[in-house]
Design a protein around this ligand. Structure first.
Ligand code: GUN
Length: 296
C-alpha cells in the first residue's frame, strides 16, 4: 500500500507546536515574533499565498503585518521599506512575495533584506551557508525545508545509500533541495529541461522531488517501486466534468499512477503547500529567538 503523505496534517501539528512555543516565548521572555510580508501589485496567486501566510502567522500568535505596494512602485521605495523593516526591532522576519513586476530587480530586493531576518532563505549569506553544508546555521528556503521534513518522516534523517533526483534547478526549490539532500548523505542528481532521458534517470531514484511546473509529468513508468515521491508542482488545469469545464489544481506527478508504484507520495493540494507555509513560521520563530540571544 502506498502511503499518502499528509502535508496538511503534518503542517497542522507543527503549527500547533510553533504556537505553543510562541506563547512560551511571550510568557517567559516578553517576545512576540514579528513577520512582515511585502506584496507588490495584484497577482491573484500571490494574493492567495500572502493571505494564507498572514492567516497562519496570526494562528501562531505572531505579530503579522502586510505592506501592499502598487504594481508601478519604484525600486527606491521598495528598498527604503526594506531598510525600515531591517531597522525595526519588532520585525524578525521579512518576506517579499515573488514574482515582482518588471521594473523591480528581484536580486537587488532580496539581497537588501538583513540575512538575520531573511526567513525566505534567499539572501546569499544563507544560500552560501546551505551550499557549504552549514544547514543548521542557515535560514533554509521554506519549500525545500518542508519537503525535507516529509522525506525524513518516511526515511529517517540519514539518507546514506539512497539516491535522490531533484527535477528542476530553480534557486527557490531545486538547488536548495539538492543541498539539503546532500547534507543528509543522499546521492543527488539535479535534472532539468535539458536533461536527456529523464524518465530513465528518475526510475533509478529512491527519492524523487518534482519541481518543474508541468502538470502530471511524472507517471508510473518513471518510478522505481517503493520510491518516496514529493510533488512540488502547483498547476492549474482545465478539466471536463459533467459537460462543464472546471479549473483544478494538479501537481507535476500523476498521483493515481504514482500511487500504483511508489512507496509514498504527496498529494496536490494538501502536500507540500501547507508545509511551505509552516516552515515560514518556523523560520520566523527561530529568527525571533536568535535576535533575542536565545539560540535555536
Ligand atoms: N513565490 C513563490 N514561492 C515563493 C516563496 O517561497 N517565497 C517568496 N517570497 N515568494 C514566492
Amino acid at each position: 500500500m502506498t502511503i499518502r503523505i499528509d502535508g496538511k496534517r503534518m503542517a497542522g501539528d507543527l503549527t500547533a507546536r510553533i504556537a505553543a512555543e510562541t506563547e512560551a516565548l511571550a510568557t517567559e521572555h516578553g517576545i512576540t515574533p514579528g513577520l512582515a510580508v511585502v506584496i507588490v501589485g495584484e497577482d491573484p496567486a500571490s494574493q492567495v499565498y500572502v493571505r494564507n501566510k498572514q492567516k497562519t502567522a496570526q494562528n501562531c500568535g505572531f505579530k503579522s503585518i502586510k505592506h501592499a505596494l502598487p504594481a508601478d512602485v519604484s525600486q527606491d521605495t521598495v528598498l527604503r521599506l526594506i531598510g525600515d523593516l531591517n531597522a525595526d526591532p519588532s520585525i524578525h522576519g521579512i518576506l517579499v512575495q515573488l514574482p515582482l513586476p518588471k521594473q523591480l530587480d528581484e536580486t537587488l530586493v532580496t539581497q537588501a533584506i538583513d540575512p538575520a531576518k531573511d526567513v525566505d532563505g534567499f539572501h546569499y549569506v544563507n544560500v552560501g551557508k546551505l551550499a557549504a553544508g552549514h544547514t543548521a546555521d542557515a535560514f533554509v528556503p521554506c519549500t525545500p525545508a518542508g519537503c525535507m521534513l516529509m522525506i525524513e518522516q518516511q526515511l529517517g534523517n540519514d539518507l546514506s545509500g539512497k539516491s535522490a533526483i531533484v527535477i528542476g534547478r530553480s534557486n527557490i526549490v531545486g538547488k536548495p533541495m539538492a543541498a539539503l539532500l546532500l547534507a543528509a548523505n543522499a546521492t543527488v542528481t539535479i535534472a532539468h529541461s535539458r536533461t536527456a532521458d529523464l524518465p530513465a534517470i528518475t526510475r533509478e531514484a529512491d527519492i524523487v522531488v518534482a519541481a518543474v511546473g508541468r502538470p502530471n509529468m511524472v507517471g508510473k513508468e518513471w518510478l522505481k517501486p517503493g520510491a518516496v515521491v514529493i510533488d512540488v508542482g502547483i498547476n492549474r488545469i482545465e478539466v471536463e466534468e459533467d459537460g462543464e469545464t472546471r479549473s483544478r489544481l494538479t501537481g507535476d506527478v500523476d498521483y493515481e499512477e504514482a500511487a500504483e508504484v511508489a512507496g509514498a507520495v504527496t498529494p496536490v493540494p494538501g502536500g507540500v503547500g501547507p508545509m511551505t507555509i509552516t516552515m515560514l513560521m518556523a523560520n520566523t520563530l527561530r529568527a525571533a529567538r536568535l535576535a533575542s540571544g536565545l539560540g535555536d
